[in-house]
Design a protein around this ligand. Sequence first.
Ligand SMILES: NC(=O)C1=CN([C@@H]2O[C@H](COP(=O)(O)OP(=O)(O)OC[C@H]3O[C@@H](n4cnc5c(N)ncnc54)[C@H](O)[C@@H]3O)[C@@H](O)[C@H]2O)C=CC1
Ligand SMILES: O=C([O-])CC(=O)C(=O)O
Length: 328
Amino acid sequence: MKTPVRVAVTGAAGQIGYALLFRIASGEMLGKEQPVILQLLELPIDKAQAALKGVIMELEDCAFPLLADVVGTDDPEVAFKDADIALLVGARPRGPGMERKDLLLENAKIFTAQGAALNKVASRDVKVLVVGNPANTNAYIAMKSAPDLNPRNFTAMLRLDHNRALSQLATKAGVAVGDIEGLIVWGNHSPTMYPDYRFATAKGVNLKDKVNDADWNANTFIPQVGKRGAAIIEARGLSSAASAANAAIDHIHDWVLGSNGKWVTMGVPSDGSYGIPEGVIFGFAVTTENGEYTLVKDIEVDDFSQKAIDKTLAELEEERSGVAHLLS
Ligand SMILES: NC(=O)C1=CN([C@@H]2O[C@H](COP(=O)(O)OP(=O)(O)OC[C@H]3O[C@@H](n4cnc5c(N)ncnc54)[C@H](O)[C@@H]3O)[C@@H](O)[C@H]2O)C=CC1
Ligand SMILES: O=C([O-])CC(=O)C(=O)O
């Protein structure tokens, strides 16, 4: 039997947590041979702790062979102790009529405290995925609050946007979603994100050429992917949960086990590529192998794409300056 991997999940009793934990424990994230220890964090309030207790009871009732242990706590330093993977989900979600950045100041404090706790007690190789919104800037805050950890290991979730774009493109192009390669979502997890299908192919066929519809790209595809979160809130009265949990599983699965040469989108600290200032957590195309990601370089950026990238970067810079006072 392999040594169990310690997976910390914050906001574990929330809607995404409920859609996520059972899949991690059944081996969908790290593989069917990999035991896990779940270290679950919830707020130090009775209702949240009682809900967490109920979720842990249900995890027990599944008798998952791969679930080596479960810890429930209200203390980040207990949840993150020796964590190999940390899924930072716990944060307030938006409601109808709000943008994700409206959550910034309220949620930012969570990520300074949790970054500091990770810095203190997590594995030195911990892989961090920030799901709580606004995800890119929260990941930036956590990264800056953890100066002893490798900044590369702080990532934000754009995989849901990537998966949404895959699905819409597959439908439009009349191809199987699993055959699509070479898709990117650049930038911020917000309506300014830029889903870019210029290099997407299915079975070697370029899908931009196949679709051949610039109007659909500019006026349907890009805005629909960008505003999909709001459309779900409108329809459900609650923000996406199962699809968000699914994207978190995909993100960590590929980061740990590899993407087999496929491009996937991760929000990662820029190394200065494509003119994105170093350290800004930006959605880039990456490939993953042996637990490491590599930015895909030298993607041609045309005028249309440059304008879209500039717009989403400007928003991230604005968010970053809005939280600068929390980081000094
Ligand atoms: N990046 C992405 O693609 C997506 C991000 N999200 C975001 O994920 C976050 C969670 O969403 P839901 O699960 O639907 O919300 P929820 O409200 O159902 O659950 C959040 C849970 O986090 C807990 N929590 C709050 N502050 C905490 C803290 N400091 N430490 C530990 N736990 C804490 C709450 O008690 C609650 O149980 C929201 O910010 C939402 O906007 C949602 C969908 C997609
Ligand atoms: O839209 C929201 O607030 C939740 C989210 O991030 C998404 O579904 O993409």
